[in-house]
Structure formats: structure tokens, C-alpha cells
Design a protein around this ligand. Structure first.
Ligand SMILES: *[C@@H]1O[C@H](CO)[C@@H](O)[C@H](O)[C@H]1NC(C)=O
Ligand SMILES: *[C@@H]1O[C@H](CO)[C@@H](O)[C@H](O)[C@H]1NC(C)=O
Ligand SMILES: *[C@@H]1O[C@H](CO)[C@@H](O)[C@H](O)[C@H]1NC(C)=O
Ligand SMILES: *[C@@H]1O[C@H](CO)[C@@H](O)[C@H](O)[C@H]1NC(C)=O
Ligand SMILES: *[C@@H]1O[C@H](CO)[C@@H](O)[C@H](O)[C@H]1NC(C)=O
Ligand SMILES: *[C@@H]1O[C@H](CO)[C@@H](O)[C@H](O)[C@H]1NC(C)=O
Length: 874
């Protein structure tokens, strides 16, 4: 049947042309998770078993329940409703699917290169470590020994020499399991096995960041290389994973005695109540720190927290860009005027059929400062370029335009030379006839041009980038070094919980990769930031001898360094909002050595309508000397959620930032603590003035404690001017009835008649071409509950469109092709209807009608096709 899953295809609310802009979780049709009281397990499971197959039967002190798949999808909602109503049921959730987070693969190593050990292990100079003080631990011999870190991901290539070369007791990857099997894709049946080998790459990269050994050619070191890793593989070689399997993986990692659990997985949410987030929160409460990547949806702007990172007490980790741009360049050689060959590095583009290509270089001119090199049609006296590699300087016009000009003269192979630091991947596959493309550095380009200008022939011998030897070049990162990555997702949750908690280097990170995929790779994502943070948790655990998740998060938060806002090209003279960076960049050595212990990791003053203006925290002196702290605060930029007072969709990145700041009255202003002494600090917040509350400004900053022992600590705070409840959640302009035959999903005219398959026959092939009424419901902001009531011609509600209500929804558009089925399992009789779409306001009470926003569709009619004649005669 052509039914779409809830929120599977999301459209930007502002314009349908931006389809697939939002990245909300997908649901597995007809699959649910039920949580129940143990004493009722048998009766509930029994009644499920008749109509469904059990996906997971989870009997755990932290979660008792099961996930199951109804066999008949058309009856699923009805049956689910009956199960939800059984006594002993605590909660029902849909099974949602999550994918390996989108991340950028900048470079991979060579698939045939021998992995050779040639690094000098004297000092840790790995830049992500210098940025977070990890090098200081290695210098003092602290490497996470004895600590168990569970990695929930795509598995680990444990045969990689830098990842221990084995799996099991005594190995680096010493425990874990494959919960799903190679063929699992998120929808089919998982086939678990004991072997967590990685066939994707993501988990191997993540694991190398935590714990890779030093025997590698590129100087990679895991931040905590003496921990033992637990590999919990939750993805097959392709596709998604359901939250039931994620819950199972977390509970298994917890049962196996993990000291820290890290997961670089997520999906748009913004609600800490969702099932997976709730289970992770319980594990943290049991004393095991859980770190989850904040998400890579920074382009969506503020209020786009990801689950399970958005769970209460879950440590959400944002991403900062590396201070350098490491590149694994493919090696080729060149010779000038028949001289011996010299090596050079290139970044292969698309296409890249460079195997055995050895040709002389030709360039349209010898000007290495030509800003628009190759942008004009090449001159008439240009030779037949099929006999050359055409060399063109980057700049002004597009790569494609330059390539078109070269191709017009017969070029098949093009190398661009850079006009900035390093080299990047080009894509000129749009240009017919091109077989090979690449970029070299400005230095390499200049060397070749100089030789050509002197009248020498330059022969370049290229190599297949798959098999060419790779050379690590550490280029400068001129624009974003040490700043928040533009892709890092922004909090807060819709309930104004502070998210993310902290940031760590995640942009342009060199780490291990499966042997079959090149052994090493440079990747970007919050996926890379989270494991580094988890490793620093292990180091501080070892150094301070505490495993308490609260104490650790408080220490890291108090010692992190907030940074200025950078939009990817420009840096602004104001601190990036807490909603983007949390407490700031991890300073692990300071966390390990802090003598002031704060009792919390952040403060939320909530919105002005629910403001909790007076809050307090305790400071304990754990050092051996009395210290006096001067208290103060520094504001971060205030971010407007909406571009103007009439817009209901949050602005995309970057949200408008203004300097208006809150006034904080901090008491006392000065605090003297003797060794072991604890005192309370109270903070009274007066939200910033002069702001337009309708645009929902989010203010934030840091309470600072400057000690006489020359230490400094900071505590992030955050609040909203305005009312979350007053915010529009339902985007009425994009909530209406459309039809399944319209790819653009335009509204249908009033009075449209739909002929639907006979009840329950929607999945039969003879009805494959049915045009269904499509319910389009767009949330401008998240809503804890949405409904779609079917109202007949007399104005009476006869039920809800099957699949509604839906709980804990991120913003975005739902599309649902309706076959007449109602949530109670019955079918709406043939007739004329309207559908009333409802979304509960943020902080709304579902029992109060005024807390719902509603939009009623045009009226339309449904009738049911007569059963096919052949069915009666067959
Ligand atoms: C998953 O694999 C099954 C076959 O095992 C296939 O029928 C199904 O369409 C796949 N689902 C997705 C989402 O790729
Ligand atoms: C390149 O040359 C090698 C050695 O002569 C040969 O084995 C290989 O097949 C060639 N590759 C291509 C793509 O032509
Ligand atoms: C390899 O990288 C190193 C370090 O960046 C550099 O000094 C060397 O010239 C590079 N070699 C080649 C062949 O590009
Ligand atoms: C903000 O207030 C709302 C409404 O009372 C509440 O539901 C929510 O949990 C509060 N948020 C925080 C972070 O305390
Ligand atoms: C604390 O130290 C920071 C950094 O040196 C400084 O910017 C701030 O003004 C100081 N705060 C107080 C209250 O002294
Ligand atoms: C089609 O619907 C029938 C009746 O509801 C059900 O028994 C059958 O399993 C369904 N088939 C598929 C492929 O969903």
C-alpha cells in the first residue's frame, strides 16, 4: 500500500521546494514499543502474540516491555489502541528509525597501502588533543587504563592493527556484540551474532578517536588508548536502526558493566520524553555517564535538538572545527624536461579515472595570480587538449565552467590548482568527455607553471586514487579553526532544557577506518566530537577516581572554554549562544584538576511566562588551600528564533544575533571557601530588555567564578524572552488536504471526490493506482501531540485518521495518504467529510480545548470501489 510513514518525507514549512530539508525520524509502520509493569508481562505479551510478532522482549530493571510488529498493518492502530488500554501498560511508543548520521568523508586512505608503523611516540601533538588538553594526560601517563567504554555504532574493524587486531578478552575491543547482522536495514528482522565487525566505517572512525593505538603511519592516537572498548553494533551494512534495538543495545552495554556509553546516533526531536531518550536518562541515573552527539542539523537553526542527546541528564556533545585541516592526498609523480620524478599530492575529484594516466601538462597562461583563469573560451590556437592534462587555477567562475571551456578543446583530464590553502574535492561530472579531475595545492601548481613558462615539458604521472599511496598533509584552517562547526545542531529542547552540554573537536578529524575502505580517513560531524568527549570522561574518571555522571558533567561544564560566534567565514565579537556551544570547548586537564566543584552543570530560567528567576547552586572547595572567588557573569549573543514578528518558522542558520543581555544578581559577589567547605550561590535573573518577545529571543551566558588561586570556572545559563505557549505550532498555510497523485502536494479544491479501495484492500495490486486524500500537517514548532479528527457533514467527529494521535513530534511536515481507516480500526462510511487537524501548544494541557491549534480542511467526499468482479467469480 502506498501509505507513507509518519514524518517519513518531511518538507520545509516555508516552501515545498525545500523538500527533505528536515531530518525527522521515520517510523516502522505497524511497529510499537510497549512498556509495562512486570506483573502484567505474561498477559500483555499473550494478547500481542496473536496479532503481532515480537521484535524484542526486554526484561530489565530499567525497562520492562517489548517491541512488536503487527502482521496486518491495516489493523495495527486499532490493535495498538487496545493494547495501550490494557491494565499494567505504562507507555506505548511507535518504533522510530534512525540512520547513521550524515557526516562528511573528506579523505580516505589507500585500500592497498600497507599499514606501517613509523611514528614517533614521544609526545602527543594530535591537534584535537591539544585543543582539549588531552595531551597533558598522555604526558603524565594517564590513558584510561581499566575503564570500559561502550561504543554503540556500526561496529568496529577490530582487526585493524591500530585497534588491537583482535576481539575478546585481552584485546582493545574486548566486549560487545552485533545486535542486528549484515543484512539488517531497519525494517527487516535483525539477526544478531556475537561478532561486531564493522562494514560501514563510521564506528571504526569513532572508536579510533577514543582508543586507537600509536602503531600507524599518520600519528593518530586515541585520546584514551588504554581503555577497553565494547562494540555494540546496531546497524547492518546499510539502512537504519529502530529505537527498540537502540534501547536493547544501551541496556546490554549497561549490563556488561560499561563505565561510559557513547553513541554518535540521533534524529530530530526536541522532546526529552521520547522512549530512547528516557531509557538513556535512566542509565545515567544509575551512575553511568552517557554521551550522545548533538546532531548535524545546524542549518535548521535554533530549537532543533536531536534525540537521545536531548534526554534529561544525557550529555549532548556539539562539534568544534579542528585547528588544522588534515588531508590524505593521493601521491603522483611528475618530471620536468625529462628529469627524475618528484612526488606530489592530489585530491581526486569526480570523475577520477586516473589509473595509468601519464601526460604532459598544458595551461592557458602562466599567470599564477590570474583570478579568472580558464573562465573565458580558450583561444583558437589551443592544441588538441586530449593529449594533455589541462592545468587551471581555481577562482571566479565555477569548476564546471572552466572544465566546459577545456572540454570544448578536447580535454579529458583536468587538474585545478588551488588559490587558497590546501586542496579540496571538485565535481565536474556534469561536463561531457571528462574522465579525470583533481586538485593540487597552489604550490604544486606554481612549480609546474614555472617550468612551463621556462619552456620545459612537465609530464605528470597520475595514479588511481583507490590504490595510490596516501600522504598526510596538515593544511591550515584559516576560517573556522577552533570555532563551532556550522553543522552542529542547536538546542534548546522545546521545554528549554539546556542542550548541548559541551563541545569537542569534530570537524575534520583524522582517525582509523576499516581496512577495506582505506584504513584511515578524515571525517566531519558531531559523530566525531562525541567519542573524543567520552574519552576525556574516561581520563578524568581515572585521574579523579570518580565515576559519578553528575560530578563529571559539572566538572567538564565548569572548566570548558566558551568561544566566539563564527558563521563559517566570519567571526563576530560576541560569544556563541549556549544553544549552540553548551558550556564550550572541553578543557579536560582543567576538569581533572579543578578544586571547585559546582553542584550543577547549567541553569535554565525557562521562558518569561514560566520564569524561575531565582536559582542557586553550591560550590565546594575540594583543594587544600582556602580560595576566594569573585563572581560575575558574561553574556553570550542573544539569538532571535524568528526572522520577524509575523514569521512562525524558526529562521535557518545563522539566526539573527543581538547583544541585549540579561541582568544577573549573583549573591554573594565574593565567596571564600576553606578546604572542604561548601557554600551556596544564588542567582536572580532579569531577562534582557528591548527585545521583541514575539520573535522568541533566546538569551544566554556564563556565570564566572575567578579564584585567587588564578583558576576560573563558568556556568552556562539560558532563558527565553516571551512565551513558549504563545508560539504558533501549527502552520495553517501548509496544513490542508492534498492528493497522493500530486508530487507537489498542492491543496485540492473543495468538493473533490476520492474513490478508495474497499475497506482493508488498499494493499492489493488492482488498487495500486488509487488516488488517496493526503493529509498534510505542518508543524512550525514541535508539538507534544497532533491529531486529525474526521468530521462528517453534520459536524460530528466520527474518529481520527488512522495513525493519529502522534506524540513528541519535531517540527516539519507530515504527509499521510488516507484510505478511510480510523484509529479504532473501523472505516469511515462513504460520505462527505472535513478533517480537523490539531496540534497541542508547547506547555499546553491536552484537556483544555484552548491549548490546541486547529485547522479544518475543505470538505471532500469518499466512496469505496466495488469489489473487483473477478474476486466473486474466482
Ligand atoms: C529491507 O530489506 C528487506 C528485505 O530483507 C526489503 O524487503 C525492504 O524493502 C528493505 N527496507 C528498506 C527500508 O530498505
Ligand atoms: C594500469 O596498468 C597496470 C600495469 O600495466 C595494469 O595492470 C592495469 O590494468 C592498468 N589499469 C587500467 C585502469 O588501465
Ligand atoms: C607529505 O606530507 C608531508 C607533510 O605535510 C610533506 O612535507 C611532504 O612534502 C609530502 N609529500 C608529498 C609527496 O607530497
Ligand atoms: C519550563 O516550564 C515548563 C512549564 O511549566 C515546564 O514544563 C518545563 O519543564 C520547564 N523547563 C525547565 C528546563 O525547567
Ligand atoms: C574573570 O576573569 C575573566 C577572564 O580573565 C574576566 O574576563 C572577567 O571579567 C573576570 N570576572 C570577574 C568578576 O572578575
Ligand atoms: C494486505 O491486507 C491483508 C488484509 O488486511 C493482510 O492479511 C495482508 O497481510 C496484507 N498484505 C500486505 C503485503 O501487507
Amino acid at each position: 500500500m502506498v501509505r507513507l510513514g509518519l514524518a517519513t518525507t518531511l518538507l520545509a514549512a516555508a516552501s515545498f521546494a525545500q523538500a527533505a530539508h528536515h531530518k525527522a525520524p521515520k517510523v516502522v509502520p505497524g511497529a510499537y514499543i510497549v512498556e509495562y509493569e512486570d506483573s502484567h508481562a505474561a498477559s500483555i505479551l499473550n494478547s500481542i502474540k496473536g496479532d503481532a510478532t515480537i521484535r524484542k522482549d526486554i526484561r530489565h530493571e530499567l525497562f520492562k516491555g517489548a517491541s512488536f510488529q503487527f502482521k496486518d498493518l491495516d489493523k495495527a492502530e486499532d490493535l495498538a489502541g487496545k493494547i495501550a488500554a490494557m491494565s499494567g501498560v505504562k507507555a506505548m511508543y511507535p518504533v522510530r528509525r534512525y540512520s547513521v548520521p550524515e557526516h562528511t568523508v573528506h579523505y580516505t586512505g589507500s585500500s592497498v597501502q600497507e599499514v606501517v608503523a613509523k611514528r614517533d611516540t614521544a609526545k602527543d601533538t594530535f591537534t584535537p588533543h591539544l585543543m582539549t588538553q588531552v595531551n597533558k594526560f598522555r604526558d603524565s601517563g594517564i590513558t584510561g587504563k581499566g575503564i570500559k567504554v561502550a561504543v554503540i555504532d556500526t561496529g568496529i574493524d577490530y582487526l585493524h592493527p591500530a585497534l588491537g587486531g583482535c576481539f575478546g578478552a585481552g584485546c582493545l575491543v574486548s566486549y560487545g556484540a552485533d545486535l542486528v547482522g549484515d543484512d539488517f536495514n531497519g525494517s527487516n528482522t535483525p539477526v544478531p551474532d556475537p561478532d561486531p565487525m564493522d562494514c560501514q566505517g563510521h564506528g571504526t572512525h569513532v572508536s579510533g578517536i577514543v582508543a586507537s593505538k600509536t602503531n600507524n603511519p599518520y600519528g593518530i592516537i586515541g585520546a584514551a588508548s588504554d581503555v577497553t572498548l565494547g562494540a555494540y553494533r546496531v546497524f547492518g551494512c546499510d539502512g537504519d536502526v529502530g529505537n527498540d534495538i537502540l534501547i536493547e543495545a544501551y541496556l546490554k552495554a549497561y549490563d556488561d558493566g560499561s563505565d561510559i556509553i557513547t553513541a554518535s546516533i540521533g534524529g530530530a526531536s526536541g522532546w526529552p520524553e521520547d522512549s530512547w531518550a528516557a531509557v538513556v536518562s535512566r542509565i545515567v541515573e544509575k551512575g553511568v555517564p552517557c554521551l550522545v552527539s548533538a546532531g548535524n542539523s545546524g542549518d535548521e537553526g535554533i530549537f532543533y535538538a536531536s534525540t537521545a542527546a536531548n534526554g534529561k541528564r544525557v550529555t549532548a556533545v556539539g562539534s568544534v572545527d579542528n585547528i588544522i585541516a588534515p588531508a590524505l592526498l593521493s601521491e603522483g609523480t611528475y618530471s620536468v624536461a625529462g628529469s627524475s620524478a618528484s612526488a606530489f599530492g592530489f585530491t581526486a575529484g569526480t570523475p577520477s579515472a586516473w589509473a595509468n594516466v601519464s601526460l604532459p601538462v598544458w595551461s592557458v597562461n602562466f599567470d599564477t595570480t590570474d583570478a579568472a583563469n580558464g573562465c573565458e573560451a580558450f583561444p583558437d590556437n589551443t592544441p588538441d587538449l586530449s593529449k594533455y592534462i589541462t592545468l587551471i587555477r581555481r577562482g571566479s567562475c565555477t569548476f564546471v565552467q572552466k572544465a566546459q571551456n577545456a572540454a570544448a578543446k578536447g580535454a579529458k583530464y583536468i587538474i585545478f590548482y588551488n588559490n587558497a590553502a590546501g586542496s579540496t574535492k571538485v565535481d565536474i561530472s556534469a561536463v561531457a568527455g571528462i574522465q579525470g579531475s583533481a586538485m593540487v595545492t597552489s604550490e604544486t601548481g606554481a612549480a609546474w607553471i614555472k617550468a612551463l613558462q621556462a619552456g620545459s615539458e612537465v609530464i605528470v604521472n597520475m595514479a588511481d586514487p583507490e590504490t595510490a599511496p596516501k600522504n598526510l598533509s596538515n593544511f591550515p584552517n584559516p576560517n573556522t579553526a577552533g570555532f563551532l562547526s556550522t553543522y552542529t545542531s542547536w538546542g534548546p529542547t522545546y521545554e528549554i532544557d539546556v542542550k548541548p552540554q559541551i563541545s569537542a573537536p569534530g570537524g575534520m578529524i583524522l582517525s582509523t577506518y576499516p581496512r577495506a575502505l582505506g584504513s584511515y580517513a578524515v571525517l566531519s560531524g558531531t559523530s566525531m566530537a562525541c567519542p573524543l568527549a567520552a574519552a576525556t570522561w574516561a581520563l578524568v574518571m581515572q585521574k579523579r577516581g570518580t565515576k559519578d555522571p553528575r560530578v563529571l558533567e559539572n566538572l567538564f561544564s565548569a572548566t570548558a572554554h566558551p568561544n566566539l560566534f563564527n558563521d563559517g567565514t566570519t567571526t563576530y565579537p560576541m560569544l556563541a549562544p549556549v544553544a549552540q556551544q553548551g558550556a564550550g570547548l572541553i578543557q579536560a586537564w582543567d576538569a581533572a584538576n579543578a578544586n571547585a566543584l559546582l553542584s550543577i552543570s547549567s541553569i535554565s530560567f525557562n521562558d518569561t511566562a514560566n520564569i524561575k528567576p531565582l536559582q542557586s547552586f553550591e560550590v565546594t572547595n575540594t583543594g587544600k588551600k582556602a580560595v576566594t572567588y569573585q563572581l560575575g557573569h558574561t553574556s553570550a549573543a542573544t539569538a532571535y528564533t524568528f526572522a520577524d514578528a509575523n514569521t512562525i518558522d524558526p529562521a535557518d542558520f545563522p539566526n539573527e544575533l543581538v547583544a541585549n543581555k540579561a541582568t544577573l544578581v549573583i549573591t554573594p559577589a565574593k565567596l571564600t571557601l576553606n578546604p572542604g567547605q561548601k557554600k551556596t550561590v544564588t542567582v536572580l535573573a532579569i531577562p534582557p530588555k528591548g527585545l521583541d518577545a514575539k520573535r522568541l529571543p533566546v538569551y544566554s551566558g556564563y556565570i564566572t567564578l575567578n579564584g585567587t588561586d588564578s583558576t576560573g570556572y563558568s556556568l552556562p545559563y539560558q532563558g527565553v524572552v516571551g512565551s513558549m505557549k504563545a508560539v504558533t505550532v501549527l502552520d495553517k498555510q501548509y496544513s490542508y488536504l492534498s492528493q497522493s497523485s500530486d508530487a507537489a502536494l498542492a491543496p485540492v479544491a473543495a468538493g473533490t471526490v476520492f474513490t478508495l479501495p474497499p475497506a482493508g484492500k488498499a494493499n492489493e495490486t488492482q488498487y495500486a493506482n488509487t488516488v488517496y486524500p493526503t493529509v498534510v500537517l505542518t508543524l512550525a514548532m514541535g508539538s507534544a501531540e497532533v491529531r486529525a479528527d474526521v468530521v462528517n457533514a453534520k459536524g460530528k467527529t466520527i474518529g481520527q485518521v488512522l495513525t493519529f494521535p502522534a506524540y513528541w513530534n519535531p517540527r516539519g511536515t507530515f504527509e499521510w495518504n488516507w484510505d478511510g481507516a480510523l484509529s479504532d480500526g473501523s472505516y469511515a462510511p462513504a460520505g462527505t467529510y472535513k478533517i480537523t487537524l490539531r496540534a497541542l501548544k508547547i506547555y499546553g494541557n491536552s484537556r483544555k480545548p484552548q491549548d490546541w491549534e486547529t485547522q479544518t480542511t475543505e470538505s471532500f467526499s469518499i466512496k469505496y470501489a466495488k469489489k473487483n468482479k473477478r474476486e466473486f467469480t474466482a
